[in-house]
Design a protein around this ligand. Structure first.
Ligand code: SAM
Length: 396
């Protein structure tokens, strides 16, 4: 096949797609760099796409939708669009600003016999989404999967959505979101910047909070169905439902994150505390951010059922199930995770085993679990004094 650059055929999930030949676009150190290829295809994001199709099928089933319309305005090779069509039975409207990407997406739709259901246009993402209402397209899911920050696309996506629908958003600008680049964090997300010990949860909560604020401006309320951080990106599935009252209610879910660099205290609160309630030191504060639950248990349980049905189709089914099961354990614990290594360094003690910490907290009647955010982290609803007491007592 002559598309003007070297290609190869790969299988991902339930589709077979043509992508740039990854051996040709490697850095001198041998690492494949998707952004160097003429059309973007990242095999490491197959897991992200697995979850996207499981989510779409679950959402359509639970809402009783007989027609699922998905919009993917930053389509790259078209792999995600084609997977939505083949694996979730969706009608997909996709676009990309790059001509080669549009061509390859069309080739891939045809190759998988879904060109009737996957329409791809060469267009700027915002211009494309702004045109959708005039085209009579009413998306149930809009999947924003950009290079870096999704912020420039959110307003148009929200306005293009049905009165009730889902924004599925990826953010790879994790350095600003987790506080490493404070000026970019303030600029892009209008957030009082800082860097807390639970930086990955901070990244997810800031993006969720920003979606809530943008949605409220357009009179939509938001329910966070699923939000997580893996590899090098944040991913959020937010259900938006039009209504000023719903928007007002969602805004009540905004607040501030706090971390005490002196004693390791961590919390979420509606109003920013300035002093640590345990040791009175000045707190690190970040916000506004989302202070509610990061997933909906019953929805995740349904996703797990759907993932079992798709076991032979998904690219990484065991990883999908493992993440969903872990999120299910974390769902109820809203308080941000503790970094065991940082807490032990503050307490000047050796680090006990993570399993011991989790078990010990459970033995004392608290909810506790490891966290998907960080292998060095744990989540618990135990108050800070109880966490410190437990750690000091394991020292004996
Ligand atoms: C991260 S890639 C998308 C990957 C794809 N969603 C997937 O799952 O493989 C981002 C894509 O956005 C396209 N792009 C960048 N800026 C754009 C814009 N303003 N409008 C439309 N497409 C754009 C790029 O050409 C690139 O193909």
């Amino acid at each position: 096949m002559d598309v003007g650059f070297p290609v190869r055929v790969v299988r991902e999930g339930g589709v077979e797609i043509v992508v740039p030949d990854m051996d040709v676009y490697r850095r001198p150190n041998g690492v494949y760099e998707p952004a160097w290829a003429p059309v973007f295809y990242n095999p490491r994001m197959a897991f992200n796409r697995d979850i996207a199709v499981v989510f779409a099928r679950t959402y359509a089933r639970l809402r009783g939708l007989d027609k699922l319309v998905v919009v993917e305005p930053l389509a790259g090779s078209g792999v995600r669009a084609v997977r939505y069509a083949v694996e979730a039975g969706a009608i997909v409207f996709a676009s990309d600003i790059d001509s080669d990407a549009v061509y390859l997406s069309r080739v891939n739709a045809e190759r998988n016999k879904v060109s009737e259901r996957v329409r791809v246009e060469k267009a700027d993402a915002n211009e494309f989404m702004a045109r959708l209402p005039r085209m009579g397209v009413k998306p149930t899911i809009i999947d924003i999967d950009p290079f870096g920050s999704p912020a420039p696309f959110l307003d148009t996506a929200i306005q293009a959505l049905r009165p009730r629908g889902v924004l599925a958003v990826t953010a790879t600008d994790t350095a600003p979101l987790s506080g490493t680049h404070p000026r970019a964090l303030r600029r892009r997300y209008d957030v009082r910047p800082g860097r807390l010990a639970w930086e990955k949860e901070q990244a997810v909560r800031i993006l969720a909070g920003y979606i809530i604020r943008r949605a409220a401006a357009h009179e939509y309320g938001v329910r966070i169905l699923l939000a997580y951080y893996v590899d090098y990106y944040v991913r959020i599935y937010a259900e938006l439902w039009r209504g000023a009252g719903r928007a007002d209610k969602s805004l009540e879910q905004l607040g501030y994150g706090a971390y005490c660099y002196s004693c390791g205290y961590t919390s979420l609160a509606s109003n920013p505390l300035e002093r640590c309630p345990y040791c009175q030191a000045q707190l690190g504060i970040v916000g506004p951010l989302y202070i509610g639950k990061l997933c909906d248990e019953s929805f995740i349980e349904e996703m797990l059922r759907e993932a079992e049905k798709m076991w032979d189709i998904l690219a990484e089914p065991d990883r999908v199930v493992k993440l969903l099961e872990q999120l299910l354990k974390e769902c109820d614990i809203v308080k941000p995770y503790y970094r065991l290594d940082k807490l032990c360094s503050i307490l000047r003690m050796n680090m006990p085993k993570m399993n011991t910490v989790v078990e010990e907290l459970r033995n004392r009647g608290y909810n506790a679990t490891r966290t998907h955010f960080d292998p060095r982290g744990f989540k618990t609803n135990a108050p800070h004094w109880a966490v410190v007491k437990m750690l000091l007592e394991t020292r004996r």
